[in-house]
Design a binder for this molecule. Structure first.
Ligand SMILES: Nc1ncnc2c1ncn2[C@@H]1O[C@H](COP(=O)(O)OP(=O)(O)OP(=O)(O)O)[C@@H](O)[C@H]1O
Ligand SMILES: [Mg+2]
Length: 147
């Protein structure tokens, strides 16, 4: 089975739960487990909040784009901003690295995303923006031990 969606929304933190819920309903046809839904919503929440807070410095005039694709039981999600970009991607991926310590960020968002998906890729150019691409495999119904 193949499916695709694209969503663009204003860079306001108010829209973070909207983006999470939207992705959760897009993947509903895969009959995901509760754990898989929670993981996917966490991934989207962290990625969207990074785009808004770091990419756009919370400028709600800007736009975040979320694309998602389903191919069999593989889900690809891409969160894109055309904001400030990441200076050093390897440094940004380190657990507890944050450029906003004063705002009490833990610097754990990207580490959490990396732990919850099967593959994470960051494409970012200073002054142009960031694309975060995440791939997650969903378990087959018959492989589950919760049914
Ligand atoms: N979309 C983005 N645009 C620009 N910089 C980003 C983006 N996403 C991440 N970064 C940079 O990578 C750093 C690490 O991101 P990460 O999500 O791991 O931590 P954080 O957002 O600072 O803290 P937390 O997610 O725990 O609140 C950020 O502090 C920021 O400097
Ligand atoms: Mg973050």
């Amino acid at each position: 089975m193949k499916n695709e969606m694209i969503l663009s929304f204003r860079a306001s933190l108010e829209n973070e739960p909207f983006a999470r819920t939207c992705l959760a309903s897009f993947i509903a046809s895969l009959n995901p487990t509760i754990d898989e839904i929670v993981e996917m919503k966490t991934i989207v929440g962290e990625a969207v909040s990074n785009a808004i807070i770091h990419g756009y410095n919370c400028d709600s005039e800007q736009t975040v784009i979320m694309k998602a694709m389903i191919h069999d039981r593989t889900v690809m999600v891409q969160i894109e901003d055309r904001g400030q970009g990441i200076e050093n991607i390897e440094e940004a991926k380190q657990p507890m690295f944050t450029s906003k310590k004063e705002l009490e960020h833990a610097g754990m968002g990207l580490s959490i995303i990396e732990a919850l998906c099967d593959k994470m890729e960051i494409i970012s150019y200073l002054g142009l923006g960031t694309q975060l691409i995440m791939i997650k495999e969903f378990h087959h119904d018959q492989d589950r031990n919760d049914s």
